[in-house]
Ligand binder design. Sequence first.
Ligand code: ATP
Ligand code: LTN
Length: 327
Amino acid sequence: MKRILSGIKPSGELNIGGYSGALSQFVRNQEQFDCFYFIPDLHAITVYQDPKELRQRSRELAALYVAAGIDPKRSAIFLQSQVSAHAELGWLMETQAHFGELSRMTQFKDKSDGKDVVSSALFTYPALMAADILLYQATHVPVGEDQKQHVELTRDLANRFNNRYGETFIVPEPIIQETGARIMGLDDPSSKMSKSNPNVSSYILMLDEPAVIRKKFSRAVTDSDMSVRYDWENKPAVSNLIEIYSVFSDMDIPAVEKHFEGQGYGNFKKEIAEVVISKLEPIQQKFHDIVDSAELDAILRDGAERAAAVANETLTKAKQNMGFLVL
Ligand code: ATP
Ligand code: LTN
């Protein structure tokens, strides 16, 4: 059976980059995989989170998972902190990860750059991420481009563990889609669309109102060439907008180019806003219906129960193979 484990941190409001690279894939993959979708709240606290906000964002993200189309009957939806096996296997995996390989992680380098103090958990974070994936014996991990390095490290750690202690974990593969795996900021096509950017016009949030979405796209940078052509090297800003259009319209890139042939950027920007709005509106509506409901608590409780059953089994096997007494 092919199985998926993936998740999105509740460290800020979700933008359309995370939807494109991760959440939309989560929904699509339910057809062919047995899926576990979690909220990595233990990962979020590698940088300080206000407790009230963490609670609220975790809820909101879970509601967005459901609103975007993850079916809780089919896929388990749960909070990482509710399944204690994550923290426990995370520690065991830290003993397998080398200081040198953790030092090479670009996410760590980016997030620690220029900071006076960073938590030690920000550094060891990839060992916990490996534990997340390996606990479920996941065969596949759908992620955006920036997480590829972490999944590769997970593969190395799984192989290392299996070689030392005997076959314990399935070695997972990343799934990175061809289009929309790295959506860039609307203000600067050389940096990833990210909620940590202080310029709010650089990203579109999943919960942005239509008027805000229209305004942000109208301000998006383009170039002086005036043709809607996909060419990352010479036209990165326009290529980024074409990718966004493609993800939200389900049209492939050549079809998008053809659709806008001979047209300037004015109409392109207007249409892209409408395509994004029409995908987000029903998601936003469903989100508001369930975010404060008891149904959402029930979904998360049920998801955690289903997840723990699988995770605890793997944890016991790993502990046994490492030489812990299992009584
Ligand atoms: P931050 O933006 O604060 O650095 P993040 O967005 O990378 O955080 P998550 O919110 O946990 O962290 O990302 C969840 C998933 O969304 C990951 O698989 C990540 O690769 C993907 N993702 C995030 N941003 C983008 C983007 N701009 N384009 C495509 N995929 C993205
Ligand atoms: N590291 C990821 C979030 C994350 C994750 C995972 C993704 C934590 N554990 C397991 C896939 C599988 C991020 O920063 N976006």
